[in-house]
Design a binder for this molecule. Structure first.
Ligand SMILES: Cc1cc2nc3c(=O)[nH]c(=O)nc-3n(C[C@H](O)[C@H](O)[C@H](O)COP(=O)(O)O)c2cc1C
Length: 223
């Protein structure tokens, strides 16, 4: 993906929970699978995609969470490596933006899926982080009001333009219940990110948000 395509995907992505009853085309599957393989090589995770498997979101929790017609999902899992949750967030979002680029829609799900079914897909030596629904959305979702730049930075004095661009991209990232519990700092020229306050899944959120920042700035934010 080019830089412009990645920025377009960041702008266009919103959580989509209701899907059309259309299978994902084979050509798209091949591209996605190759991309996931690359992500696994880079990260040490073992992320997989379940196609044509409505059972993963067939549960009371999923219906309660207003998921409809989820035929496919990404399973974020792997050996419990260092910073497991952050790394799952980072690479999960990398796959989400690629899926968006391929014309698909997604929604992260920490709770509202069929855990009993998904656990059967996780070998004994691996840990399940969470899942992401995947498919052709009934709609493209819609933007949500969230925090603004000064709510999520802790910087004394001025800041370079690239830093503002990075934080703006981070503010478009999905977070659990849209909590956005993160803060960006600058140590000289070096950007860093940390959790602010308390919440669930804040380390997964941090990985997701860090990926948006890195895409927009071409840097690697310190965690
Ligand atoms: C780590 C994480 C866990 C999430 N878990 C759920 C979930 O269990 N059920 C659900 O319906 N949405 C879940 N979401 C989706 C968020 O509610 C959604 O991303 C947030 O409200 C912002 O909306 P947007 O993605 O459209 O920008 C989760 C998102 C993240 C990042």
């Amino acid at each position: 993906m080019t830089f412009n395509e990645m920025m377009e995907a960041i702008e266009a992505r919103h959580s989509v929970r209701a899907y059309k009853d259309i299978p994902i085309e084979q050509g798209i599957r091949n591209q996605l699978n190759a991309f996931v393989d690359e992500c696994n090589k880079e990260s040490g995770l073992n992320i997989t995609i379940q196609y044509d498997d409505p059972e993963g979101f067939d549960s009371r929790m999923a219906r309660y969470g207003s998921f409809r017609n989820v035929g496919n999902y990404i399973v974020l899992k792997g050996k419990k490596i260092e910073d497991f949750e952050f790394v799952c967030g980072y690479y999960g979002e990398k796959i989400v933006l690629y899926a968006q680029h391929l014309g698909l829609n997604t929604c992260w799900a920490a709770l509202t899926f069929n855990k009993k079914k998904v656990k059967t897909l996780v070998p004994a030596d691996e840990t399940l982080c969470m899942v992401i629904s995947l498919g052709y959305g009934e709609t493209q979702g819609h933007p949500h009001r969230g925090k603004s730049l000064y709510d999520v930075i802790d910087v004394k004095g001025g800041m370079p333009e690239w830093f503002v661009v990075g934080v703006d991209a981070a503010l478009l990232a999905p977070t659990a219940v849209n909590q956005q519990k993160f803060v960006f700092t600058l140590d000289g020229e070096e950007p860093a990110i940390r959790v602010k306050g308390f919440g669930s899944y804040t380390n997964v959120d941090l990985g997701i948000v860090a990926y948006h920042f890195d895409v927009a700035t071409g840097k690697k934010v310190k965690y």
